[in-house]
Design a protein around this ligand. Sequence first.
Ligand SMILES: [Zn+2]
Length: 114
Amino acid sequence: MTTDEGRARLAEQLVALPVHELVDVLRRVLPHYTEDEPGLRTTLVLATATTDEDTPDVAELALVAWPDRNHHEGGLGADQGLWNEGDCATCAVTLTSNAKRGHCPVCGSGCGLT
Ligand SMILES: [Zn+2]
């Protein structure tokens, strides 16, 4: 347990990161909150929600794929926004990433994004 001030300091540190570094931090954190019950797994993931001004009540959701560090020579992928998109070939969720190669945050499969 930490204090409000401690969480505020942590939030300030996270806000200062470019998005590809924030994703790398959360890649190390969110999987620890996975809950397994008999026959059921719930995974905490990072996602984007995109709305169009013509249909503001409809959001398109995409889960943020974890960059494949082996493919990116140990790096985090491009220092850019989450512009690459694709679908997981295993569990079919819609994915987004700053990187061209990533891992699905739900099933862990390697995925190509364009
Ligand atoms: Zn998947």
